[in-house]
Structure formats: structure tokens, C-alpha cells
Design a protein around this ligand. Structure first.
Ligand code: NAI
Length: 478
């Protein structure tokens, strides 16, 4: 703590570098800046205590400072051990008007290259706003902050945190350990936090899937807004964002020529579509794997061959997983790949590539080429390159999506936080109403010189919509 601002970041001296980048990002984030202009005077988030668990990048810094500009008190961590930009974290702590010696910004607990134990320690710091107060809102990406509250409440109801078993995943064991020392003196800390919680807004496909699961099981504890399925989020960030940041990560990690290479994209959802387009744009020969006949047909119609991984595992040069599923690339697959094949994941969690299985291959050797780039050599002498240890490589090996597309995502986040704070919502999972989705898009048109056609009254009546929108029915798929 310096000057009353708590933090745990790599190096506060990086703040000036971070501030330059934030300044440039603000110009590229017209949606967030418009929301600041619209709401700063009203301070509609006054009284809100927001716990944010979302990649601590330059773009996220602009989101944090927007929430603060609207009156919220905020604490922040990253939702991935490799995704923090240390200069952005430092700049947020120092704040736009503070100095390294007298920071006046927002508490951040995040640095690039956390251990898993450090990751859960940081996440725990989200819940301590001082004076025994917890957050009353969460901004989540992947659902880890929400998970911690739900597990905390579950164990408080049971009276204790269960012992880990040998079958428990390493990460779950760490969650149990983190909670064992954190339930509070009366063992009711998370129960109190959950009771005061106005809701969570969730950023990504995987986190949203977790929320619907809780909701179906009847164990969701507070309202949740599914930000991912705003059209201006998943059809933009997941697709056009990855189209930028996938190749950025590949280039920074390996600088290998992509043109002419055979690249496999596993999954042809929103992220897969953007990944395939990016690789194709570089002249790679792209093939796709899918389990869903609709997405497989889409890939085929887009001119991509749809294959089974088995068909190409020995001939492809680059493997990218985008499924949000598990065990997509196994240790056996990796053992059969070509020398120096590149393996990377851009799905939310690291279980798409069986890293644990790879480490167990007898005689396999791991060499760090540089942070987040590892050469795994098999006993027969051939090697493969694994990026970011199987975690989101567009954030681990590069700096994630660019500002402009994140302005769309984060404008949805700000509107979702306003909605949760100001509205009355039942416990359940909701998407933002279409007029707000259209508003987010509208806020990004001027910057690109888009001239929108306006419906005449007659045209609007003919289509059965209002002149000012919404323009599409709920079931329209874009
Ligand atoms: P999506 O549901 O649109 O796409 C996933 C696709 O994978 C689906 O079409 C599904 O049929 C397919 N799939 C599932 N299992 C498969 C298997 N075994 N083999 C082949 N295909 C399979 O989801 P979306 O929005 O594309 O997100 C995918 C993942 O990426 C999620 O974990 C999401 O959280 C994450 N994400 C990552 C971002 C990043 O910056 N790296 C940005 C946005 C989302």
C-alpha cells in the first residue's frame, strides 16, 4: 500500500509507459469514451464496489478508468496467469493524476507470469474492500471470481472446506486451499458477500457456459448478465479480435512464415472463424475440425476443408484450438506431429491441449526458448513448440485483441454493470436488450466514417420496426 492504494504489480515505474499506451488506446475506444461523456456528471455507479477479474491489459485499463469515472470503487485482477501487461497494471495503480511516489489510482493485483498459487491469492484480494466490505458487483472473464464466491458460500453452508482428494485437479486443490484460510472469522464471509451482490457481468463464452450451468442446477446466487452474447461482443471480439491477435501471438512467439504452411483450426465457432480468416490472410493453407454439422458446413461453404485431426496430425505445421472444450490435442497427437510443429490454444482454459499428458511422456524434454515459448523434444529427437503452456496464446504471446474491438466488448460491460446496479433483476442469466446492443454499435460508427441510412417512417412501418430501432427481432442471428 502506498498513499492508501493497495497493489501487487511487477514494477510501478512502468506506469509512464503504460499511461502513453492508455492515452493512445482511449482514442481507439470511442464507445467507452462516449459512455464517460454521457454518464460522468451523473455518477451512476456511486456506491458500487466492483471486483474485476479480466485480463489486465491496456484496453482493460480504459475499462477500469471508465467504471471509476462513473463513480465506482474498483479492485482488479487478471483472469489468466500470462495475460497481464505489466505497464498497464502499473499505470492503473498510479492513476491518471497520480505519481509513482503518490499513486491515486485503482488497486490492481496482477503481473505477467503469476504462479497458479499467486493467481488465486490475487483473486482473493478482490473481495476485500476494507472495513469488512466485499464487492457488490463482479466483472468476470471465464468465471473464476464468480466460482470463488459460489464455492465459498457452499463450504460455509457445509461448515468447512473439504480436504482435497488425489483426483482433484491441481487448480481445484488451490481453490480449496485459498478458501480454507478465507472464510472469515465467523465463517460467513462469502454468504454475506453473495447476499449483498447485485450481480455479475460475464465476458466470455466459457464463463457464460458456467453461469447457465449454475442457473440450470438452481445454484446461481445472484443475477448475471451474459455480455458475451451481445451481438456487438461475440460477433466482433471473438471473431475480428482473434483475427488480429492470433497471428500477432504466432509472430511474436515464433516469427515463422505462415504463408504456405498447413494450419489446423480446431473449432469453427466465432473464435475459430476469426482464426481461420487470419491464417488464410497470411497465405496459410487452412483446414478445420468440427463436431457440429452446422459449423462444419459453414467452414466448407467458406472454402475450407473439414478434416479429422487424425487426418492431418502428421502433416500440419500449425495447430490452433478454439473450442472451449477439453482434450482436443492429446499427448499422443503431439508425439506424432512434424518436427517443430507449433501448437497453440486460444480457447479460455488450458485443458484443450493435454499439457499434463505431454509432461508425462517418458523421456520428453522441455526447453524454454523464451518466456511462453517452449520446445518439447521427444526421445526420437523430434520436437514441437508449445505456446503459453497451452493457455490463451493471443494474450500470453502477444497483447490480446486491439483497442477498437475491445471498446465494443467493454461498452457492453459498462452498460451491463449500470443495468445490474440500477435495475431490479431476478436471479438468472440475461443478455442486454437489443437497443443497447445497437447503441454499442452506433457508438463506433463515426470513428470509421460510416454513414448509416435512416429508415423513413413508411419504410419502418412496412418492416414493422421503429425508425430508431431495434431493427431486428430477438431470433435474428446476424
Ligand atoms: P463457440 O461455441 O462459438 O465455438 C466453439 C466451437 O468449437 C463450436 O462450433 C463447437 O462445435 C466446436 N467444438 C467443440 N468441441 C470440439 C471438438 N472436440 N473438436 C472440434 N470442434 C469442437 O465459442 P467461441 O465464442 O468461438 O469461443 C471459443 C473459446 O474461446 C471459449 O473458451 C471462449 O471463452 C474463448 N475465447 C477466447 C478469446 C481469446 O481472446 N483468446 C476471445 C473470445 C473467446
Amino acid at each position: 500500500t502506498i498513499n492508501g492504494v493497495e497493489f501487487a504489480v511487477r514494477d510501478l515505474d512502468l506506469a509512464a509507459f503504460g499511461r502513453h499506451q492508455i492515452r493512445l488506446a482511449e482514442h481507439e475506444m470511442p464507445g467507452l469514451m462516449a459512455l464517460r461523456r454521457e454518464f460522468a456528471d451523473q455518477q451512476p455507479l456511486r456506491g458500487a464496489r466492483i471486483a474485476g477479474s479480466l485480463h489486465m491489459t491496456v484496453q482493460t485499463a480504459v475499462l477500469i478508468e471508465t467504471l471509476v469515472a462513473l463513480g465506482a470503487e474498483v479492485r482488479w485482477v487478471s483472469c489468466n496467469i500470462f495475460s497481464t501487461q505489466d505497464e498497464a497494471a502499473a499505470a492503473v495503480v498510479v492513476g491518471p493524476n497520480g505519481t509513482v511516489d503518490a499513486p491515486t489510482g485503482t488497486p490492481v493485483f496482477a503481473w505477467k507470469g503469476e504462479t497458479l498459487a499467486e493467481y488465486w491469492w490475487c483473486t482473493m484480494r478482490l473481495f476485500d474492500f476494507g472495513d469488512g466490505q466485499g464487492p457488490n458487483l463482479i466483472v468476470d472473464d471465464g468465471g473464476d471470481a464468480t466460482l470463488l464466491v459460489h464455492k465459498g458460500v457452499e463450504f460455509e453452508a457445509a461448515g468447512s472446506v473439504p480436504a482435497a482428494t488425489a483426483d482433484d485437479h491441481e487448480e481445484y486443490q488451490l481453490i480449496l486451499e485459498t478458501l480454507r484460510t478465507s472464510l472469515g472469522e465467523d465463517g460467513q464471509r462469502f454468504t454475506r458477500i453473495a447476499a449483498g451482490m447485485r450481480g455479475v457481468s460475464e465476458e466470455t463464452t466459457t464463463g457464460v457456459a458456467r453461469l447457465y450451468e449454475l442457473s440450470r442446477a438452481g445454484t446461481l446466487l445472484f443475477p448475471a448478465i451474459n455480455v458475451n452474447d451481445s451481438v456487438t461482443k461475440s460477433k466482433f471480439d471473438n471473431k475480428y479480435g482473434i483475427r488480429h491477435s492470433l497471428t500477432d501471438g504466432l509472430n511474436r512467439a515464433t516469427d515463422v512464415m505462415l504463408g504456405g504452411k498447413l494450419a489446423v483450426v480446431c473449432g469453427y465457432g466465432d473464435v475459430g472463424k476469426g482464426s481461420a480468416e487470419a491464417l488464410r490472410g497470411q497465405g496459410a493453407r487452412v483446414v478445420v475440425t468440427e463436431i457440429d454439422p452446422i459449423c462444419a458446413l459453414q467452414a466448407a461453404m467458406d472454402g475450407l476443408q473439414v478434416v479429422a485431426l487424425e487426418d492431418v496430425v502428421e502433416t500440419a505445421d500449425i495447430f490452433i484450438t478454439t473450442t472451449g472444450g477439453v482434450d482436443i490435442i492429446t499427448a499422443d497427437h503431439m508425439a506424432r506431429m512434424k518436427h517443430n510443429a507449433i501448437v497453440g490454444n486460444v480457447g479460455h482454459f488450458d485443458n484443450e491441449i493435454d499439457m499434463a499428458g505431454l509432461a508425462r511422456v517418458p523421456g520428453v524434454e522441455k526447453t524454454e526458448v523464451k518466456p511462453q515459448v517452449h520446445e518439447w523434444r521427444f526421445p526420437d529427437g523430434h520436437a514441437i513448440l508449445v505456446l503459453s503452456e497451452g493457455r490463451l496464446m493471443n494474450l500470453g504471446n502477444a497483447t490480446g485483441h486491439p483497442s477498437f474491438v475491445m471498446s465494443c466488448s467493454f461498452a457492453n460491460q459498462v452498460l451491463a454493470q449500470l443495468e445490474l446496479w440500477q435495475g431490479e433483476h431476478a436471479t438468472g442469466v440475461f443478455v442486454l436488450p437489443k437497443h443497447l446492443d445497437e447503441k454499442v454499435a452506433r457508438l463506433h460508427l463515426d470513428a470509421l466514417g460510416v454513414r448509416l441510412t435512416e429508415l423513413t417512417k413508411k419504410q419502418a412501418e412496412y418492416l414493422g420496426v421503429h425508425v430508431e430501432g431495434p431493427f431486428k427481432p430477438e431470433h435474428y442471428r446476424y
